[in-house]
Design a protein around this ligand. Sequence first.
Ligand code: B1M
Length: 212
Amino acid sequence: MDIMLQTIFDNVIEGNKNEVETAVRDALAAGVPPETLLNTGLISAMEEVGKRFEMGEFYVPEMLIAARAMQSGLSCLKPSLIKSGIQAKGKVIMGTVQGDLHEIGKNLVATMLEGAGFEVIDLGTDVPAEKFIAAVKESQPNLIGMSALLTTTMQNMSKTIQALKEAGALDKVKVIVGGAPVTEKFAQEIGADGYASDASRAVALAKRLIFE
Ligand code: B1M
């Protein structure tokens, strides 16, 4: 791995927020493509953090500080990921479902959607069905994006879709789902309109569902 990417990777794992910010800025200034920084530096570091957690080498606090470092890196990268001057193409409500506090993937999807010209209303994490319903009624989006990172909370995607249907909030709105444990098959089973395995596929899916 390139030395700059290795520095980002190592500092995310060690939770060194300031070093990650500096390394991301230096790499951008040196002309490293933002997508490479994102995938090879930041995302792969979080995958390594997950592996260490599974092996019992890392605990929640280490995971948390690594996540903070990753978020800082992502913030530095955000302006480069978002291309300025793009006209909004549609409105998307995003949230991590109830019981789930994981936000990095959801934030990344939101950033990439913004970059593609969508207006994104981010409801945050641990979002109950009622909050999605209220947001649909208030903002009338074209699309709802739900994220879940836990096998226990992915079931809440199904409950949320059900509640949205019962409230008549899905008559004109499509739903897409994603997150590490979520699959295409699961998305179909729960009645979602689409599934994407990563943020750029989520953007392509959103465009397809809204404009085709
Ligand atoms: Co948690 N955690 N965590 N965690 N955490 C995982 C998910 C886990 C796989 C770790 C492991 O065991 N290897 C495991 C889940 C196991 C399971 O359910 N099968 C786990 C666990 C167990 C837990 C706790 C229960 C730990 C505990 O307390 N004992 C606890 C639960 C808290 C809760 O939510 N109620 C917990 C807590 C945390 C922290 C708070 C410490 C922290 C989150 C901090 C934060 O987000 N601010 C955290 C972290 C950081 C992780 C790992 C290490 C990294 C997640 C991440 O940010 N990845 C994670 C291990 C892993 O995933 N390898 C783990 C980077 C991110 C870019 O990827 O979110 O997958 P991801 O998003 C991807 C795609 O999934 C997709 O696009 C993104 C890439 O482009 N995507 C979408 C995501 N959402 C999408 C939506 C879409 C489309 C695509 O459309 C709408």
